[in-house]
Design a protein. Structure first.
Length: 115
């Protein structure tokens, strides 16, 4: 069973978007929730970040200039957990969204949120 967890800050990011951008974000959330899309498929579609943000993945929409940053925690893999405040016993896979913003801001935003 899979859970997509959206942090409070990320939810505020989503609410601040205009309708078109919000629809795109929600379509990505739906894609991540759909268990027909395996973790391997998600990992192939959304690249891993490097450097200080290694472990995070990004979904991007070039025409909107938006990025979504998230992590994947799976029983099949050992992952760094930033703030695991929920019960993992009922979920095999947890995808956690941390930030949604424009490409020129998002990396600074996520660095502040994970400190």
């Amino acid at each position: 069973m899979r859970k997509v967890d959206i942090t409070k800050n990320c939810l505020e990011d989503i609410k601040a978007l205009d309708k078109r951008n919000r629809q795109w974000v929600l379509s990505i959330v739906d894609y991540l929730k759909d268990e027909q899309n395996t973790i391997e498929m998600i990992e192939q579609r959304f690249p891993m970040l490097s450097g200080g943000l290694h472990g995070y993945r990004k979904a991007k929409n070039r025409s909107f200039g938006l990025r979504i940053l998230f992590t994947i925690q799976s029983d099949k893999r050992v992952r760094l957990t930033i703030d695991n405040h929920f019960n993992r016993s009922s979920f095999d896979e947890i995808i956690k969204l941390f930030a949604v913003d424009h490409r020129d801001k998002i990396y600074d935003v996520i660095r502040k949120r994970i400190k």
